[in-house]
Design a protein around this ligand. Structure first.
Ligand code: GAL
Length: 835
């Protein structure tokens, strides 16, 4: 468990958590990454208590078909007959869970399951869900692996009596039932939409252990990609005054004109007491530097009947707002206080950004009136070593890697993004297209849409709501009707944003008529003619490219499931990076495109679709976030102000001396010269949005690309024929981390020769050990055919690289990661975790 800075000291003392409360707060403030979870500068501690439930969980697999192995769940049929009794002993406080595993949340149990290639071939006309989900032994064929139980003691004490108490789940995969002291308190069918569970009625305030239990059933999937299983996003306990602002109860909107920004605030007040009450609202707006820049003094009191809610509207003006944009992600904070009898009883902080967005069929997209091309990536939430349970710091690292490629936008496919990711996007200027999972209008789908919008509409990063992706009915009148309903709901909850839908056909009617910005999945070459037929209608490439590549591989090998990383390989529906980007770059009216995908992800192992391909090959980066060569194509043309040349392939072709090797250079310099062992192979002009290629007779040594602008050397890149593996080299994105139990470093392991050159063909077996204040939470190497465990202490390098994710164990101090390999010099890296 981590205690947020808003945990008041009195309650922390009551719960015996004072040590944590005092040590955790400064640690959280210590780095830019974790600063997002601290109150902004200028904000004081709130009378509300928010506790992140990260540590202290126990986990065990249940069983989807055998009650004996599912903690008797369902045996006594009293779940729905007599609430609170006999649903399963595992929901009761006195159940002995000491044999269950200790886990930390976020947690994905599927990433630890064995692989299970299908026994019988899948009929050609059916989607192969085992492949889709990455061949993990989960789903209806594996009832023994598909139900997970979680238990955690809730930190609640006498001081919470009479208060509103609820749990906030940001995502649980999936179909989960939430029990408190044996009572079913709530749950969620959706594996992706956030949800809240009120628990005040079921708690014991007189010192009893308060038992939270979840039964999570991942037997059914929601997607055709790896989806993980379990509590893979954050869980918070919130204890607030009886009259309080409920979850998602604040909505901040802004408009900007010549006189500055007008801020409209809608605040919901809820009364959880059994008696009527009155309360006043007060607001302060804090500028990005924490200074108060506007305020609304206490407003006339509102009276709330027991259990009632009311929404109050306020407005204020900011004459000279600092605008949010991808380059200047300035964030304001709205601090809302609830006063009862003049005393502050609740306070919330809501970050927001002030910016205008526009989509235009002729001029494309603009932020604050300035044209911006959407240089986008689509991503699933999945990473090497951890599956869907991505720590916040790893989200931040993934965003940083993506921005370093030049991307400014992210499409959360095909589900709402994590709040942690949205916070990072707000703070770093990464724009986001948030997508709902279900394109239908049944109550569940409408509720999921509501939850996505209500939870996320204050995030300035979000630029569009997407209401669907490649739906079977997309091009039909029914498809139009369904999307029109979803769009209407989006507008009702958030009139400030436009909507889109990702479509792979049927753009001349159907859902395309219902959304504001039409989304093309692939078929980018059809967009120019479509624009002629639909002048003025905004359009984006919701999915582009789908190029496939194995990082660091330069020859196709179907038997080994290896795809070369030149920009030439893609499935029939897709295109190369160069093909789609040249179309979108040339037409200002196309607002931009989102490549499928930024990162490889588990499942959908296109093009082979068979074991042992267990992850996708689509990423510009592999599953670890190591760049493939196409990463540099995008970086060259998406960051044209930064001179770049990038050369491929590696230069280790023993046995092929004298034979031609296909050499490519990605880059944005005007001219590129290729030099082999000191001898120039000539200069060529770089075609705009293109690449250069040479056929070079192989000779070991050094091959170098030199980029020139106006005749001057502006960038260079080289590959050296490496010797045998001799040593290992470790580096991390950061070596100073917060001792908060969650902060995580991405450590890169390189296999190098005696001269320090990367051995880019090495698949050396590596051993990992760690001493000190940290733990290894996952290992990876980016090989789409690797079926080695993600957890543990051993992993092979793949094409010279591997990754270890090292996380704070919660205490301040140093930690040393040591990586060994037979016959090689070991390497160590010191990491420091500060309070
Ligand atoms: C699209 C789909 C994505 C992914 C991609 C692969 O059809 O929306 O989820 O499957 O193709 O190219």
């Amino acid at each position: 468990m981590t205690i947020s800075p808003s945990t008041d000291r009195r309650t922390a003392l009551a719960l015996g958590l004072a040590g944590l409360a005092t040590s955790a707060a400064p640690a959280l403030a210590a780095t830019a990454r974790t600063a997002l979870t601290t109150p902004p500068p200028g904000a004081a501690a709130s009378p509300r208590r928010r506790v992140r439930l990260a540590d202290g969980w126990r986990f065990a697999l249940g069983h989807a078909a055998d009650m004996d192995r599912d903690f008797d769940f369902g045996r006594y049929q009293r779940t729905y007959a007599k609430p609170g009794f006999d649903v399963s002993p595992a929901t009761q406080p006195d159940f002995d869970d000491s044999a269950w595993a200790s886990v930390r949340v976020p947690h994905d149990w599927a990433v630890e399951l064995p692989y299970a290639p299908p026994k019988a071939p899948v009929p050609k006309d059916k989607e192969d869900m085992a492949a889709g989900h990455g061949f993990r032994a989960i789903g209806r064929d594996f009832p023994q692996n598909s139900v997970g139980w979680y238990r955690c003691k809730l930190p609640v004490g006498a001081g919470d009596k009479g208060r509103a108490i609820w749990l906030e789940f940001d995502g649980v995969f999936r179909d989960c039932k939430v029990f408190v002291n044996g009572y079913e308190a709530g749950g969620s069918a959706s594996g992706y939409a956030p949800f809240r569970v009120d628990i005040a009625d079921f708690l014991d305030y007189d010192g009893g252990p308060n038992q939270l239990t979840l039964r999570v059933d991942a037997s059914l999937g929601e997607g055709w990609f790896y989806e993980g299983a379990g509590i893979y996003r954050h869980v918070d306990l919130v204890s607030a005054a009886p009259i309080h602002v409920p979850q998602w109860g604040t909505c901040v909107r802004s408009t900007v004109d010549g006189s500055g920004a007008q801020i409209a605030i809608a605040t919901t007040l809820a009364n959880a007491a059994e008696v009527a009450g009155t309360a006043q609202l007060r607001h302060r707006v804090l500028a990005p530097d924490g200074r108060e820049v506007a305020a609304i003094a206490a407003q006339p009191a509102a009276t709330l009947a027991p259990g009632a809610q009311t929404t109050l509207d306020h407005a204020l003006a900011l004459p000279a707002p600092q605008l949010w944009s991808p380059e200047t992600p300035r964030l304001y904070t709205l601090e809302t206080s609830v006063l009862v009898d003049g005393q502050e009883v609740d306070r919330t902080q809501t970050r927001f950004g002030i910016r205008t967005l526009s989509f235009d069929g002729t001029h494309g997209f603009a932020v604050n009136g300035k044209p911006v091309k959407l240089l986008g990536v689509c991503n699933h939430q999945d990473h090497a070593g951890v599956g869907t349970a991505i720590p916040d710091a790893l989200h931040a690292w993934r965003v940083a890697q993506t921005q370093s490629m030049g991307a400014n936008a992210w499409r959360s496919a095909h589900n709402p993004p994590a709040q942690a990711l949205l916070d990072i996007c707000d703070a770093t200027g990464m724009m986001m297209v948030a997508e709902t999972r279900l394109n239908t209008t049944n109550p569940e789908a409408m509720d999921e849409l509501d939850r996505m919008i209500l939870s996320s509409r204050n995030h300035p990063a979000i630029i569009l709501w997407s209401v669907g992706n490649e739906e079977g009915h997309q091009g039909t009148e029914r498809g139009r009707r369904i999307s029109a309903q979803l769009v209407a709901r989006c507008k009702q909850l958030d009139p400030t944003r436009l909507t889109t839908q990702a479509m792979d056909k049927g753009w001349d009617g159907g859902a395309a008529d219902a959304v504001d910005v039409v989304g093309f999945n692939y078929r980018t070459d059809k967009i120019p003619a479509w624009r002629q037929r639909h002048p003025g209608k905004p359009v984006i490439g919701t999915e582009t490219a789908s190029t496939v590549a194995t990082r660091g591989a330069y020859a196709n090998d179907a038997a080994a499931h290896v795809v070369r990383a030149y920009d030439t390989e893609h499935p029939w529906w897709a295109s190369t990076a160069e093909e789609w980007w040249q179309i979108v770059a040339a037409e200002p009216g196309i607002a931009g495109g989102f490549i499928w995908t930024g990162f490889d992800y588990r499942g959908e192992p296109t093009p082979y679709a068979q074991f042992p391909s267990v992850s996708s090959y689509f990423g510009a980066m592999d599953l670890c976030g190591f760049p493939k060569d196409n990463y540099y194509y995008y970086r060259a043309w998406w960051r044209r102000d930064a001179p770049l040349v990038h050369l491929l392939p590696h230069w280790n072709w023993a046995g092929r001396e004298g034979q031609p090797i296909e050499v490519w250079v990605h880059g944005n310099c005007a001219e590129v010269e290729l030099v082999l062992n000191g001898r120039s192979l000539g200069r060529k002009a770089m075609p705009r949005n293109g690449h250069l290629a040479w056929m070079v007779p192989y000779a070991p040594g050094r091959i170098e690309a030199r980029g020139y602008n106006q005749g001057r050397l502006a960038a260079r890149d080289s590959r050296v024929t490496a010797g045998r593996p001799a040593a290992l080299r470790l580096s991390a994105d950061r070596t100073r981390l917060a001792a908060d139990g969650g902060d995580t470093a991405a450590v890169q392991v390189e296999v190098i020769d005696a001269a320090g050159n990367l051995v880019s063909t090495a698949d050396t077996a590596l051993g990992f050990s760690l001493s000190g204040a940290a733990r290894i939470i996952g290992l990876g190497n980016g090989n789409p055919t690797s079926t080695e465990p993600d957890k543990g202490h051993a992993r092979r390098a793949f094409n010279g690289l591997a990754q270890a994710l090292v996380q704070s164990a919660g205490a301040a101090g140093a930690a040393r990661l040591t990586v060994t390999a037979a016959g090689l010099a070991p390497a160590s890296l010191d990491l420091f975790f500060h309070a």
